[in-house]
Design a binder for this molecule. Sequence first.
Ligand code: GRF
Length: 220
Amino acid sequence: MARLKVAVLISGRGSNLQSLIDACAAPDFPAEIKLVISNRADAAGLARAAKAGIATAIIPHRDYANREAFDAALTAALDKAGIELVCLAGFMRLLTAGFVARWRDRLVNIHPSLLPSFPGLDTHARALAAGVRFSGCTVHFVREEMDSGPIIVQAAVPVLPGDDPERLAARVLAAEHKAYPLALKLIGEGRVTIKGARAEIARGGADCGALPPSLLNPPD
Ligand code: GRF
């Protein structure tokens, strides 16, 4: 079966990119990363891509007069590489409505909270301030409104006594590194269907589409 051609858009560290690279290394994984794009030349994730032999492109947003021109450059690079699915992984630029429409249902993001709670920045500090007992991460299709769209995978982690934003972020990040590869696998297997505001997961062979708690709640 042909593997889904994926691009990953980053701005920094790229630890989620790494989790996707590692997942794609399995011969039977249904997706392959064809291109990594960063808007910042100093993004550490670029070295991760290069080490894995993946093509990289630096498209600095400052080189473009406006968001439309920047997004057009992104789409040109994605089209040139024959990309079928775009994964945002710590990509710190807001995308235009035109870009989101152009890649509708082929554009996914990971966010470090259980959406629809705590969209936007400073999620961990806000989750702690709200006193929630669980936080986590969400992989979702991107819609125009920031951090909204049909949910593909969520993973929950507990908020523990003594947590500060850094400790909680590290616990959530460990869950992100499992959730994103799982979401990509489900999409690559053709098991994700969007119905209105929801994404539905078709039953698979062994796992019947249910996500085992051990996967969703990694131990500390
Ligand atoms: C992650 O927490 C992700 O959820 C958020 O930005 C962070 C990116 O981290 N969107 P990394 O660059 O993947 O390490």
